[in-house]
Design a protein around this ligand. Structure first.
Ligand code: ADP
Length: 339
């Protein structure tokens, strides 16, 4: 994280779509830095189910996926004692603020978003939600008047739009919203097991963070390595191998150096290298698997955490919406003469 150690406490917001159990990319790129951030700042971690409906999520699957992501949040160490953990649709003010932001958001700005250009290709008739998605994102962040937002590189453009919306709204209705700063992670984009594209559930190139050791091995053994290393005794090139890159994130640093040397001299083959990676993943996530098991056995605890989180989030959200409504003239009672 590009966050100065001596920085004052800031309010930080971020969220993830409920696509079920988190994967290695989510963990390294988002959840792990979030766990660190909550130690120093007032953090609000959301499960953005209202966003999921724009990608045609199955209504029968969505509740389970939301619950499973909540278990992943708790398992990695997001802590309801230190941060607010909640589900977006529990706080209706998100969608209300998004509607109100429509008033200051130019359609041209939305049409310029790279993600919109990519996603809209997939539809013959593009749902308005695909276009308006970044307005809801702006509402998510500004509803809590967050100072900073940890985001992946690919969300930088949407955050810039959030800042524009804050600026335009402030210009029209008076200074109220901060322009949140992006905390761009240091990890970058984790490449999936195909060794090619961003690790992403929709591409089937992930390892789930709560997978058991056999499942982990089942996934990691399929990982694509250096394509030029065809035979066991061909010298390898760790610098172009994604399995080696993953070692850099998960294996003991001294062992990582050793692996590079052994790969170059063909002392170890790709299968050996993958076995070590599977073990590293398995060891890293062992305590999280245990915590996940705890919460799966006690789903009431998960529900209580999210209920309590929603209550706390709602208290902040109501204050913001009250102020916004008033400034936008949605307080008609103020025109009724008193007495
Ligand atoms: P998206 O994939 O559209 O960024 P997700 O809901 O899948 O959204 O991801 C949630 C969070 O996890 C985001 O902060 C995102 O940056 C991070 N993330 C997801 N996949 C990766 C990856 N392969 N590498 C690094 N970070 C990732």
């Amino acid at each position: 994280m590009t966050d100065e150690p001596t920085a004052k406490r800031r309010r930080i917001f971020s969220g993830m779509q409920p696509s079920g159990e988190a994967h290695l990319g989510n963990f390294l790129g988002a959840l792990k830095p979030w766990v660190e951030l909550q130690e120093q700042h007032d953090c609000i971690w959301c499960i953005v189910d209202d966003h999921a409906i724009t990608s045609g999520s199955d209504p029968k699957e969505l509740p389970r996926r939301t619950f499973d992501l909540a278990v992943s949040y708790l398992a990695v160490g997001l802590d309801p004692e230190k941060a607010i953990l909640f589900v977006q649709s529990d706080v209706a003010e998100h969608t209300e603020l998004a509607w109100l932001f429509n008033a200051v958001t130019p359609v041209g700005d939305l049409e310029r978003m790279t993600q919109y250009k990519d996603k809209s290709q997939q539809f013959e008739s593009v749902p308005a939600g695909i276009l308006n998605y970044p307005i809801l994102q702006a509402a998510d962040i500004l509803l809590y008047r967050a100072d900073a937002v940890p985001v992946g590189e690919d969300q930088r453009q949407h955050l810039e739009l959030t800042r524009d919306i804050a600026r335009k709204w402030n210009a029209a209705y008076g200074d109220y919203f901060p322009e949140p700063e992006g905390l761009i992670g240091t990890v970058g984009r984790i490449v999936g097991l195909d060794g090619n594209a961003k690790m992403s559930k929709s591409l089937g190139n992930t390892v789930g963070i709560l997978a058991d050791p056999d499942e982990i091995w089942g996934r990691v053994r399929t990982a694509v390595t250096d394509p030029q290393r065809v035979k066991r005794n061909d010298p390898g090139r760790p610098e172009v191998c994604n399995v080696y890159t993953l070692h850099g994130h998960l294996t003991d640093p001294l062992r990582v150096e050793e692996i590079a040397d052994q790969c170059r001299t063909a002392e170890i083959g790709c299968v050996d290298c993958k076995r070590i990676l599977a073990e590293s993943i398995s060891e890293t996530f062992a305590p999280m698997r245990e915590r996940a098991e705890h919460f799966r056995r006690r789903p009431d605890e998960v529900r209580d955490v999210l209920d309590h989180g929603a209550e706390r989030a709602r208290a902040i959200a109501r204050e913001t919406i009250g102020e916004v409504r008033e400034r936008m003239g949605l307080d008609w009672r103020s025109a009724v003469p008193s007495g």
